[in-house]
Design a protein around this ligand. Sequence first.
Ligand code: SF4
Ligand code: SF4
Length: 238
Amino acid sequence: MRFRYHQPIPNFYSIENPHHPKNTISDDFLNEFTDIAIASRFVGLSYSKLSDEFKMEWGIDWDNIIILKYPMSEEILKMDPSKEKCKLMDEEFQEVGAKAFALADILRENGFRADLINPLDDRVSLRAIALQSNDAVITRSNMCLFKEGLNLGFFMIQTSIENLPFKDENELKWVEDYCSTCGVCIDRCPENAFDENDKFLRKLCTAHREGCSVCINFCPFYKRGYDKVKKRYSRMKK
Ligand code: SF4
Ligand code: SF4
């Protein structure tokens, strides 16, 4: 399900894909590209290698995905759900989207195929692709958590680059166990979007329609950050 208040982003490419794209990137250029991404608005990059099974399941032919993660504005997240909040979230989405196109252009300029995945395309789940990175998990409140934070939006570029630093293991698997001991989001949710077994009920959640972010604001991963929650979890387990 998409954020219903987002408008399509205009096509901002200024460079065509190369006719014979390269499929190997040097460490130096990947570092430089990451620095440019971080300087422009993003907090970090993750990478998904899509398996044949995954591609078949979703009817896509993309292999290599660069995930560009950006922090959503804290001031906007603090606002109550409203049309104004949705408008501000969409403006932020549009602004960051333009920067994601610029990053795709940099890859094209340097000989790689790079296409931004339409974040409003209902045929494929960006969250499902994000989970393929082994760099994210879904929290109890149905948010996609990366180490850089809970308040992240993301754009994705599908590319010809085959040698991105894909991860084989997911270090965030412990989060599911931590969530089972927490439940703050369930207590704070104004819509009671959890069933009697504390399972998230998408139909009742108003995040996608009205911009609710109450559970983000109260979640320890947002308030304290990933590393502090992990330390706390490690102490709990001793
Ligand atoms: S508030 Fe607690 S249970 Fe809910 S997502 Fe955050 S850590 Fe998990
Ligand atoms: S309705 Fe709001 S608080 Fe409840 S789960 Fe959805 S986003 Fe979180």
